[in-house]
Write a protein that binds this ligand. Structure first.
Ligand code: AP5
Ligand code: MG
Length: 207
């Protein structure tokens, strides 16, 4: 099963990706996670990406397309994959189609998780992540519920950066919903339901 997860910042892509990975035993490819790891390690990629991420802007297409192209050739994607946060522009979507064509693979479904921007601002204000295992939690967690690691807030979850990320999403990424509807791949889910209900709706649609 090869899936794309589309949705605004904070829509719940990472939360649903973790559940889908467990259910289908497929690879989780989050461009945001890959870029954050590169920033942390201060690799050339991380140094280039950091200035864009800090402002809530998109990292240039050529950079992100290159890293997804490489990631899709790793062995663990053979059983299937979830692309979380990629593609985010029409250029990325067209490049993905071409990479998949070269690799003789295809996308089975594009899941678009829909959440109102006001709900998102509140969610991201209280989101916390585990430094050790990446578990997504909230401000009420004093430590990670999975591994007891320390929880932290992402730099780009400050309210002014979140507002810019939402604008960037509306302008550059939301048009992909129509793009994939046109390709007859789109599954739309209401992301304001409880996590388990969103997951149940996605699972049912994927069957
Ligand atoms: P990225 O890491 O992809 O961030 P994002 O798209 O902004 O999305 P988030 O990770 O913030 O949210 P999410 O949808 O995963 O929500 P989550 O499950 O955590 O990208 C970061 C940056 O990297 C970009 O701004 C850009 O600079 C760069 N980048 C990445 N990919 C790129 C690309 N392809 N091209 C160019 N640049 C790129 O949930 C959020 C919160 O809500 C959590 O607290 C969670 O517990 C809670 N929650 C989740 N579901 C529910 C629910 N159903 N009900 C109640 N609460 C819920
Ligand atoms: Mg995420």
């Amino acid at each position: 099963m090869n899936i794309i997860l589309l949705g605004a910042p904070g829509a719940g892509k990472g939360t649903q990706a973790a559940k889908l990975v467990a259910e289908y035993d497929i690879a989780h490819i989050s461009t945001g996670d890959i870029l954050r790891a590169a920033v942390k390690a201060q690799t050339p990629l991380g140094i280039e990406a950091q200035s864009f991420m800090d402002k809530g802007e998109l990292v240039p297409d050529s950079v992100v397309i290159g890293l997804v192209r490489e990631r899709l050739q790793e062995k663990d994607t053979a059983r299937g994959f979830i692309l979380d946060g990629f593609p985010r522009t029409t250029t990325q979507a067209v490049a993905l189609a071409s990479v998949l064509n070269e690799l003789g693979r295809n996308i089975d479904a594009v899941v678009a998780v829909d959440v109102d921007p006001e709900v998102i601002v509140a969610r991201l204000n209280t989101r916390r992540l585990c430094r050790m295992c990446g578990h997504i939690g909230s401000a009420s967690d004093t430590s990670c519920q999975v591994c007891n690691g320390e929880m932290y807030q992402r730099d780009d979850d400050k309210p002014e950066t979140v507002r810019n990320r939402l604008e960037v999403y509306a302008k550059q990424t939301a048009p992909l919903i129509d793009y994939y509807r046109g390709a007859d791949l789109l599954i739309e889910v209401d992301g304001e339901q409880p996590v388990e209900q969103v997951f149940a709706e996605i699972s049912k649609a994927l069957k």
